[in-house]
Design a binder for this molecule. Structure first.
Ligand SMILES: [Zn+2]
Ligand SMILES: [Zn+2]
Length: 436
């Protein structure tokens, strides 16, 4: 058996807000820098992207598809009638065409230029039946995010509620950037599922592609082997989930649905009676002060879940009432079966990582996410010590120190889980707090 680093959810330029320069060649370049072996194709039901992949991917003897020395799994994301996103993995091009054919009368955009992530007017269970009849694997995408996800506020609380009789055909769940295994394993209904940590990348940037990945222990890089590993059969398995610390994800913390400020609770310095006249507003945060912030937050979350909390900043600024929405962490607090995770025996370890690009940004104090200075420093360290996954996880700190002391320090803190974060929320990524 061999170990493959795998990212099974990306997009193509046929989805909204995806970089126009995303192509097999640019993906290949980033895969080499990161150390990714297998990548989802993204958007494979979209006719132009399908044709592009069919023309350029080579089919190998073991059933795998490759472009130069990177392997690909035919993959898409579908939005169902409940506005839930589902990740679908296909065995081959015939199954892609079969599914496209079976879904097209239920979708207005599946054959369109912008049909990368098609909206299909069928229930989750109906879509599961159609795609699994063609031999595909399917599971919920970014399962806990406040938008377009199975467990979002006001939507489902268990897997069974969503998929009904088709639930037995679901074998994986995608954690999403703002959740990890510790958060997801607080929900009892997920214990038999394999968790995937995928990037959902919208560009080939090394900040996006492979920012989450899975280590698969499989025989060959083919769909059949990926399927065996996800179903945990014949000794095939995932041996590691790696991804952003949940706080870095852009939906970790609750937020105002209008101004997108994140809502936080802190301990008050003096005794106060009600939190609702004790808060401060900044550009990005609303901070409530309480004598017991944990209890106050708990009560607040229950009110948010009933759609009863309004944003005090928007009220002051516009006079209007805008609702606060739960982030991933609070939604899990609300619907989970337990306070602490209970990992089933089959669950592999999860490591919280920070993209190397962002570590360099933090060390250099550069805000821009497209900075040329950061990119050239990134390329330099990759040339020297790369690929990225090796630097983040395996290269001895003493080796990295020879290259850059500050970068080495931050990577060491990441590996030891000593980093603290400003949590993301409302579509804004979290940040690492470092003190050099
Ligand atoms: Zn999605
Ligand atoms: Zn607001």
């Amino acid at each position: 058996m061999d170990i493959f680093k795998v990212d099974l959810h990306i997009h193509s330029p046929h989805s909204i807000a995806v970089s126009k320069s995303l192509s097999l060649d640019t993906m290949l370049e980033t895969c080499k820098k990161k150390g990714l072996d297998i990548l989802g194709t993204g958007d494979i039901l979209q006719p132009q992207w399908l044709k592009y992949m069919e023309t350029n991917l080579e089919k190998n003897k073991d059933g795998s598809f490759s472009y130069k020395n990177v392997y690909f799994i035919l993959q898409t994301e579908i939005e169902d009638k409940e506005s839930i996103h589902q990740v679908v993995l296909f065995p081959d091009f015939n199954s892609v065409k079969e599914v496209q054919n079976n879904l097209k009368s239920h979708s207005k955009n599946i054959l369109g230029d912008w049909g990368g992530r098609p909206h299909v007017n069928l229930s989750p269970a109906e879509i599961v039946d159609i795609v699994t009849d063609s031999g595909c694997l399917i599971g919920p995408a970014h399962a806990f995010t406040p938008f377009k996800a199975i467990f979002r506020q006001g939507k489902f609380k268990t897997l069974q509620d969503c998929y009904q009789d088709a639930v037995k055909k679901i074998h994986f769940l995608e954690l999403g950037l703002s959740a990890n295994t510790d958060l997801a394993d607080r929900m009892d209904c997920l214990k038999n599922l394999t968790f995937l940590s995928n990037s959902d990348a919208h560009s080939q940037s090394p900040r996006a592609l492979g920012r989450e990945f899975n280590k698969f222990d499989i025989e060959t890089p083919s769909f059949d082997e990926i399927l065996l590993a996800i179903r945990r059969k014949d000794d095939r398995k995932i041996i590691l989930n790696a991804g952003l610390a949940p706080e870095l994800g852009k939906y970790y913390n609750m937020f105002c649905n209008k101004c997108r400020r994140r809502i936080m609770f802190k301990k008050a310095k003096k005794k106060i009676i009600s939190i609702f006249n004790q808060y401060s507003i900044t550009d990005n945060f609303i901070i409530y002060f309480s004598n017991d912030p944990l209890v106050a937050k708990k009560d607040y979350i229950i009110q948010v879940s009933k759609n009863k909390m309004i944003c005090p900043a928007c009220k002051e600024e516009t006079g209007k009432n805008y609702k606060v929405k739960l982030g991933v962490s609070e939604r899990i607090d609300l619907i989970s079966s337990r306070e602490k995770p209970k990992h089933p025996d089959h669950r592999p370890p999860y490591i919280n990582t920070v993209p190397l690009f962002d570590i360099i940004r933090a060390v250099k104090g550069i805000k821009s996410t497209t900075s040329k200075t950061v990119l050239s420093a990134y390329n330099k360290i990759i040339m020297e010590l790369g690929p990225e996954f090796k630097i983040l996880i395996d290269v001895p700190i003493s080796e990295i120190e020879k290259f850059d002391l500050n970068i080495a320090n931050v990577i060491k803190m990441c590996r030891n889980n000593e980093i603290s974060y400003t949590p993301g929320g409302g579509g804004i990524y979290g940040q690492i707090k470092i003190d050099l």
